[in-house]
Design a binder for this molecule. Structure first.
Ligand code: C2E
Ligand code: MG
Ligand code: MG
Length: 582
């Protein structure tokens, strides 16, 4: 609600005998905007010349009438109602309307209405101010606005950002000032978008945009330059410390959850910072270096900020080198002979201690780079599309190894294979799985496929149909890393899955973090109510095992039982286990 209008504001028409009244009257009569005043009954009591010209009506044709006579059919009853509602709530309204000229033509105008009240707060007058709007002109303005703004968040877009950054850099150079550019990428946004849909994603972005604006001064630039990428430019900083402070403020502000459509969502920022003049003096270098720093922030565990350093470019070079080596290694892949191998980690039935199955985990030992963690090279393979041939190899190689195990007398363990999103989307997956099974004379019960939660939610129609067909073949399907996405168990009910693998991060702190314990408890109970088997990953201690056993978790996997092992070690492990039980 706006503050009440002071009671010494003259009512309309002004008293022409008082000095201020005379000025107001002249302003009223000579204004270029059309002005129309109504009384407490909303009947017209005064109009000025500009309004006469605009509407085509003489004052005596209007005085005493309801302003509705001016409206065209384009003004719907709903929009009229919304104007009155706004006047009730906020004492003013502003927007675009289409009026009908006396000659019957309709014309657009910008209308501002204000409410004037008497000293008792009763409505005395409405004052309406009409600015003629040229329809084409308005459309052109709108287009110009859209060219420089992101329609979702109303923030400047990439184009606007680049030109404003260029200007800011020029003025910094002239005045010898320092500037900071922050590139902000939301952690986990893709997951939210994939699992909850674009509408929720859009609302989240709007909320983030608003919080970002609140973190900085009006003179700082905030823009959205890509899906979940924002930039903040601080055009005048005393030292890098100022930038670090603002970055921390952004982190603190964005770390709070967002309540959207009944979900509590989290989208923390990873922030990369480049400084002028230290890290560059043109927009593209500044942005590239902030981007490099942002990737570091992601790598450093998300929800943090990193300043660009020249050393980071060396690391980017290393990454490129790794990508090239990965490409070469995949090109020379052959069954049983390559830089890649599979390790196997046992899965244990909680109640009996029986080894139920194994998970196949990919390993890469590069002759040049040494042993590289799968979390590193699989991320690169996924970014570059290399996961497709590599993942196909994993399926063939797993089947080959199962055959070898069977030949060695190990016949009763199922082996789980990790499948990435791109493989699941590709239409050759079914053919490939069928081909590999028949080539090594295996049955569908010999393997299990694991897909992560977000993978299962991506492209629901194609994913669901592929999963249905795999399930119809008799293959067990599991959701991996459960709890890290936002899928609801209700949605999972529609997927043809049999197992849920509770993510390691919840198991790790199960004894110390009440939240994690609560999540495990609820997931196990709800999973069971949907008829799913629960597998806990990353079980390292007896206490964790006991806790999970108490909750009724069906299967356990983790270092407590065994680290992932080579083929020979796995065979030895399984034999020793058999011997111990017989
Ligand atoms: P994941 O599928 O969730 O596999 C479990 C990971 O947790 C494995 O890491 C395993 O070694 C590790 N782990 C198991 N028990 C424990 C424990 O008690 N404590 C700790 N700290 N860690 C434990 P790994 O082998 O490094 O694999 C990491 C991720 O790489 C896998 O996570 C999976 O997402 C991916 N990955 C591995 N092999 C493949 C593959 O063949 N294809 C695809 N697409 N992804 C794979
Ligand atoms: Mg897995
Ligand atoms: Mg997992």
């Amino acid at each position: 609600m706006l503050p009440a209008i002071p009671t010494d504001v003259p009512t309309v028409p002004p008293d022409r005998n008082s000095p201020s009244g005379a000025v107001l009257l002249r302003a009223f009569l000579q204004s270029h905007d059309g002005i129309l005043v109504t009384d407490s009954q909303n009947l017209i009591i005064a109009v000025n010349d500009a309004f006469t010209r605009l509407s085509g009506y003489w004052p005596d044709e209007l005085i005493g009438s309801d302003p509705r006579m001016l409206a065209s059919d384009r003004t719907t009853p709903e929009s009229r109602a919304s104007i009155w509602l706004a006047l009730d709530n906020r004492e003013h309204w502003e927007g675009e309307i289409w009026n009908r000229h006396k000659d019957g033509t309709i014309y657009p105008c910008r209308l501002r209405i204000a409410v004037l009240r008497d000293e008792k707060g009763r409505i005395q007058n409405h004052v309406a101010n009409f600015t003629p709007a040229d329809a084409d002109h308005e459309a052109a303005d709108r287009l110009a606005y859209l060219a420089y703004h992101d329609p979702l968040t109303n923030l400047p877009n990439r184009l606007a950002f680049e030109s404003q950054l260029e200007q800011a850099l020029l003025s910094c150079a002239r005045d010898n000032r320092h500037l900071a550019l922050m590139l902000i990428d939301l952690d986990n946004f893709k997951n939210i978008n994939d699992t909850l849909g674009h509408q929720v994603g859009d609302q989240l972005l709007q909320n983030v945009a608003q919080r970002l604006r609140e973190c900085v001064r009006a003179s700082d630039l905030v823009a959205r330059i890509g899906g979940d990428e924002f930039v903040v430019v601080l055009p005048e900083i005393e030292s890098p410390l100022t930038a670090a402070r603002v970055a921390s403020k952004i982190q603190n502000n964005l770390v709070e959850g967002y309540r959207i459509a009944d979900h509590l969502l989290y989208a923390t920022p990873s922030i990369g910072i480049s400084l002028y003049p230290l890290d560059g003096n043109d927009p593209s270098t500044m942005l590239r270096n902030a981007d490099t720093a942002m990737y570091y922030a992601k790598g450093a565990g998300r929800n943090n900020h990193q300043f660009y350093t020249a050393r980071m470019n060396e690391a980017a070079g290393e990454r490129l080198h790794m990508e090239n080596e990965l490409r070469l290694a995949i090109a020379s892949i052959a069954p049983g002979a390559s830089e890649f191998s599979l390790h196997f980690q046992p899965q244990i039935e909680t109640a009996s201690g029986r080894v139920l199955g194994l998970e196949a985990l990919l390993r890469w030992t590069s002759p040049k780079l040494g042993r590289i963690s799968p979390t590193r090279f699989i991320a690169i393979a996924e970014e570059t599309g290399l996961i497709q041939p590599l993942g196909d190899w994993v399926i063939w190689e797993t089947c080959r190894q199962i055959r070898r195990m069977k030949q060695l007398g190990i016949t009763d363990v199922r082996v789980a294979i990790n499948i990435s999103a791109q493989q699941l989307r590709h239409d050759n997956l079914l053919l490939l799985v069928r081909g590999a099974l028949s080539c090594y004379d295996l049955s569908p019960e010999d393997i299990e496929l694991e897909v992560t939660e977000s993978t299962a939610m991506e492209h629901p129609e194609t994913t669901l149909s592929t999963l249905d067909q795999l399930s119809a073949m008799g293959i067990v399907l599991a959701i991996d890393d459960f709890g890290t996405g936002y899928s609801s168990l209700a949605y999972l009910k529609h997927l043809p899955i049999q197992r849920l693998k509770l993510d390691r991060s919840f198991v790790t702190d199960i004894e110390t973090d009440p939240n994690d314990a609560a999540i495990c408890t609820a997931t196990i109970a709800l999973g069971h109510s949907l008829g799913l088997e629960l597998v806990a990953e990353g079980v390292e201690t007896e206490n964790q095992r006991n806790f999970l056993a108490q909750l009724g978790c069906d299967t356990l996997q983790g270092y407590l039982y065994s680290q992932p092992m080579s083929f020979d070690e796995t065979v030895a492990y399984l034999r020793a286990y058999r011997a111990a039980r017989s």
